[in-house]
Design a protein around this ligand. Structure first.
Ligand SMILES: Cc1ncc(COP(=O)(O)O)c(C=O)c1O
Length: 385
């Protein structure tokens, strides 16, 4: 990456990274520093969003939180807070296995799916075996790869803001891991069942040792009828892993729980990198109830659909292009720089998504409650005029 000396030195102070900057650069290089700084910058954004009274539509969280039955299960789990959570781990793996029609041995738990995004990079890539990602996409894998010194091949999304699967398959030659975020965060686009299947076949053909990680964090929000989960592919193919999180439709982002689905021999490559018993008792107990609560999931889907339709109508009515969305967020071309807009919106009490280069004029708006979206659109009206 080429950066002027002045810009580089200026950046050392940003986000509280100054103290860490020099050791990080000398130990791991500048790429590691930039990866670290993008994380610290995001933390500052999130702290601003957490101030009292702010409408928080910046992080694709679920505004409704967990359902009553989940909260009850978590409260009950306090009684065993003194015990290591082995039994609860087995219960959750069994509950997840049941919902997917698979076995517990096909499920690996993690502290948020974020832990598995790192672990897959650690276990499956190295300096010779690159990571392939879309651009823009959820950045956790690429940031961690840069931090470790793994080369990252970033393939721009296509004109419809969809992951461009053909060049991603080409770029997979010799790679360790391909990250496919489906639906894609931040562009909200989704690929159908056939496209994902063909993509995996192509990667297998071009690069038989490469693993494809399909991140289905927003699975429950998909309406596109051509879509299907890649779980059956992960069950059949040792070079496919599916990732899920409890942070989105289940409303448990603060509780931290995610999981991978794959064949036992594939998950065995990841297991040694995972923190033992890294998911706490309360998260395990709550998640076991949440994954089985189909009625609650349906209710959440309905709320998201309604508030999303309201928000789309507002932006389209104001003359802005809103990309198709199969997630709990929308990508809107606001025809101006998002960085400035984000800071102006915060002053009006609305925390919106950050800038996702190279889509510098596209704003990511998470879908809050209907009341929040009414308040947010009212507040943003004057800024968009
Ligand atoms: C696509 C995607 N994957 C994974 C995550 C991480 O989720 P968590 O670590 O909360 O499970 C997010 C969070 O926004 C995401 O958008």
């Amino acid at each position: 990456m080429s950066v002027s000396r002045r810009a580089f030195l200026a950046s050392l102070g940003a986000g509280g990274a100054g103290v860490l900057a020099m050791p990080l650069v000398s130990d791991r290089g500048r790429e590691a520093l930039f990866a670290f700084q993008s994380t610290t910058g995001r933390r500052a954004d999130r702290m601003a969003a957490a101030a009292p009274g702010i409408v928080r539509i910046d992080s694709n969280e679920n505004p409704n939180g967990p359902g009553a039955r989940v909260l009850e299960a978590m409260r009950a789990a306090f009684a065993e807070a003194n015990r290591y959570p082995f039994k609860y781990e087995e219960d959750l793996r069994a509950a997840i296995a049941k919902t997917h029609g698979i076995k517990s041995e096909n499920v690996l738990l993690s502290c948020g799916s974020g832990e598995l995004l790192r672990v897959t990079v650690q276990a499956l890539t190295n300096k010779e075996r690159a990571l392939v990602v879309g651009s823009p996409t959820f950045e956790s894998s690429a940031n961690f790869a840069k931090f470790l010194g793994t080369p990252v091949r970033a393939i721009p999304v296509d004109a419809k803001l969809r992951l461009d699967l053909a060049p991603m398959a080409d770029a997979s030659k010799g790679a360790g891991l391909v990250y496919v975020c489906n639906p894609n965060n931040p562009t909200a686009s989704v690929h159908g069942k056939a496209a994902v299947q063909q993509f995996i076949e192509q990667v297998n053909k071009l690069s038989p040792e490469t693993t494809v990680l399909v991140d289905e964090a927003y699975h429950e929000y998909v309406d596109d009828p051509s879509y299907a989960t890649a779980v059956p592919l992960a069950m059949a193919n040792p070079h496919v892993i599916v990732l899920r999180t409890m942070s989105k439709v289940f409303g448990m982002a603060g509780v931290r729980c995610g999981y991978a689905i794959g064949r036992p021999e594939t998950l065995a490559k990841l297991g040694p990198w995972i923190l033992d018993s890294g998911v706490n008792q309360l998260a395990l107990a709550g998640a076991a109830v949440a994954v089985a609560d189909a009625a609650h999931i349906a209710d959440e889907q309905k709320k998201n659909r309604e508030a999303k339709a309201f928000t789309r109508k507002f932006f389209e009515g104001a003359g802005f292009f809103v990309a198709p969305s199969d997630a709990n967020f929308l990508m809107v071309d606001i025809k101006r720089d998002v960085k400035q807009f984000k800071s102006d919106a915060l002053k009006k009490g609305v925390a919106v998504g950050r800038q996702f280069p190279p889509l510098n004029n596209h704003l990511r708006i998470s879908v809050g409650t209907m009341a929040e979206m009414q308040k947010a659109t009212e507040s943003l009206k004057s800024l968009l005029a």
